[in-house]
Write a protein that binds this ligand. Structure first.
Ligand SMILES: *Cc1c(COP(=O)(O)O)cnc(C)c1O
Length: 362
């Protein structure tokens, strides 16, 4: 069986060593030493001033939206992302307004953002899809001109850079996911980054029920904390991240080589982005072509995923919008298996099946 992804697992003894420390200290959660250490190490590794480690990438988004104290009811967002991007907006009581994507990069199209701005617009929430950075400069310019806040859902972006800096370093606030399926993971986990120290302070209270002392509250909060066990997994995995990033690049380039005659295209990587190879998406000429390949691979116990289909504008709790680029592309894009322990032989097999479907239809 070849799934679309498999979580990275470090040598078990290395994790156990951290767990022994947790047993000795009897400190399991609530801003423990390992949570502090992972925050420090991540800031160091990513070159960031501030980073808060939180429960997951979804609570990170919700904290980001809440902490900005937005004025206005609408948040302009991308229809081409994981459902958490849109659900967080709705959960926080705002209305998602979808701006179509760029047909080459598959990230939100800045011109479409500008078309959707009204007097009710409060913010822009854009996803760096597959680890490929949005057109950050253009989005920031639009936001400045219209006095809008920018949140980046950087869930896929660990290791991606823009203009030589971590992608997490952009926007008013940037969120990440460290879920088991992501490139760097802490089993469950996420982060909130911002260069605004006041905003970071607000989020740090918010993630801990709003506590500013044992009997004091700075404001409304929620449980957005993460545990010592999760931080421990992160500390071990961080030792392997350079190797993980190197391996994914190698596997992706191998896919490129063996699929060079396959009649598909790939999303264009933003010129200013140094890409982390988080996913291996291919774009078929038609949904029919995708369906045939998908079915053939499934028969061989190979399970690629349709990231991201359907368009988020089709969710049952949002207002549908006509988004021709997303509606078309989301039907034709497929992410092939990509994970640390995937072998070249497995890629050969996937390539052979895809070529056979294309050339012989079976
Ligand atoms: C994974 C993901 C999330 C949610 O992160 P969790 O840690 O699973 O809550 C949000 N946005 C995008 C784009 C994602 O891929």
């Amino acid at each position: 069986m070849i799934p679309v992804t498999k979580p990275f697992l470090p040598p078990q003894e290395e994790y156990t060593r951290y767990v022994n420390g947790i047993w000795n200290r009897n400190w399991l959660t609530n801003n423990g030493p390992l949570v502090n250490e992972i925050e420090l190490r991540l800031k160091e590794y990513l070159g960031l001033k501030h980073l808060l480690y939180v429960g997951n990438g979804t609570i990170a988004l919700q904290l980001a939206i809440k902490a900005l104290n937005l004025v206005g009811k609408e948040i302009i967002t991308t229809p081409f992302s994981y459902v958490a991007t849109t659900s967080s907006i709705v959960w926080e009581g705002y209305k998602p307004v979808f701006a179509d994507i760029d047909p080459l990069t598959l990230t939100i199209n800045p011109l479409e953002i500008e078309n959707k701005i009204t007097s009710s617009t409060a913010a822009i929430l854009a996803t760096h899809v597959y680890g490929n950075a949005c057109d950050i400069h253009a989005i920031d310019k639009i936001a400045k001109r219209h006095k809008l806040k920018v949140i980046y859902d950087a869930a896929h972006c660990f290791g991606s850079k823009y203009d030589g800096r971590s992608v997490f370093d952009f926007g008013d606030i940037s969120t990440a996911s460290f879920h088991a399926t992501k490139i760097f993971h802490t089993i469950e986990g996420g982060s909130v980054c911002s260069n605004d120290p006041d905003l970071i302070k607000r989020v740090s209270y918010m993630r801990n029920f709003g506590h500013s002392g044992p009997e004091d509250f700075a404001g409304l909060g929620i449980n957005g904390k993460n545990s010592e066990f999760h931080a421990a997994m992160g500390l071990v995995n961080l030792k392997y991240i350079d190797e993980i990033l190197r391996k994914r690049k190698e596997l992706s380039l191998y896919y490129d080589q063996v699929l060079s005659n396959l009649e598909v295209s790939k999303p264009k990587i933003n010129d200013k982005c140094s890409f982390n190879f988080a996913y291996y998406p291919i774009i078929f000429k038609s949904e029919m072509d995708l369906a045939k390949s998908f079915e053939r691979l499934n028969r061989a116990e190979i399970f690629p995923r349709r990231y991201f289909y359907p368009s988020l504008s089709q969710l049952p709790y949002v207002e549908r919008e006509n988004l021709p680029v997303t509606d078309d592309l989301s039907k034709r894009v497929l992410c092939l298996p990509l994970y640390h322990t995937l072998s070249f032989e497995e890629i050969d097999l996937i390539a052979r099946l895809l070529m056979r479907i294309q050339n012989h239809g079976v």
